[in-house]
Design a protein around this ligand. Structure first.
Ligand code: NI
Ligand code: MN
Length: 225
């Protein structure tokens, strides 16, 4: 499993021979100006919620690739009405795709499209594929529901928001990593806007002091699990 960071909460995942894009917000992020969305491959687009900083580039990528949009039923029906391919899910449900298993899990946040359309309740994803398991938290507060995840899945990586203001801060993300029982963390949802700027060294040290490894990737950088 290969995970590439495209800035903010945007990720690409290569697993089981398939390409997945998560929460594409690239053309609206000046820090990601080197990424050309027209070159991105996608068999699936996974969306945690409907906010503009998670869905901005969905339609361009879906038009280019014919990717299947996977999210809650409200978000997928929004795109299905516009003619895009979609797979609806809802909280607590999982589905075996051709690359692995995806479960849509709880997040505490809000979810409406930039045009005001209701985007259902926000979520995160647990993805199991190639004998590696990852949790993509989406935009969320710290919540006890995170404790449910390790009851079913032993995680190899937790991708957690750490930018504060709209989501968890570093301290809450450390507790979240305890709740999901995973000491390897990829941080996201930081530095994009003034509200969510973080001190990288300090954040890495705070995780390190609890025996945990916080990775902060440069935009375009990848890790292999
Ligand atoms: Ni959001
Ligand atoms: Mn966001």
């Amino acid at each position: 499993m290969k995970i590439t960071f495209y800035g903010h909460a945007s990720l690409a995942i290569e697993v089981g021979g398939k390409h997945i894009i998560v929460d594409p917000f690239i053309t609206g992020n000046p820090q990601a100006a080197t990424i050309d969305i027209n070159t991105l491959k996608a068999d699936y687009i996974l969306l945690t919620h409907a906010h503009g900083d998670h869905v901005l580039d969905v339609e361009t990528i879906a038009k280019n690739t014919n990717a299947v949009i996977v999210s809650n039923a409200e978000i997928t029906s929004y795109y299905a009405k516009k003619g895009f391919n979609s797979h609806p899910m809802n909280h607590g449900g999982s589905w075996k795709f051709d690359f692995g298993k995806v479960k849509y899990v709880n997040a505490i946040h809000s979810s409406s499209f930039p045009d005001g359309t209701y985007g259902g309740n926000p979520g995160g994803f647990v993805i199991e594929g190639e004998h590696k398991n990852i949790y993509i938290a989406g935009d969320t507060a710290l919540t006890y529901d995170m404790k449910l995840i390790p009851l079913r899945t032993k995680l190899d990586l937790a991708i957690l928001p750490i930018g504060n203001n709209f989501t968890m801060d570093v301290e809450d993300a450390i507790i979240a990593s305890d709740f999901v029982e995973c000491d390897k963390i990829l941080g996201y949802h930081f530095d994009t806007f003034g509200y969510i700027e973080i001190n990288h060294e300090e954040s890495i040290k705070k995780f390190f002091d609890k025996g945990k490894d916080l990775m902060l990737l440069n935009i375009g950088e990848s890790i292999e699990l």
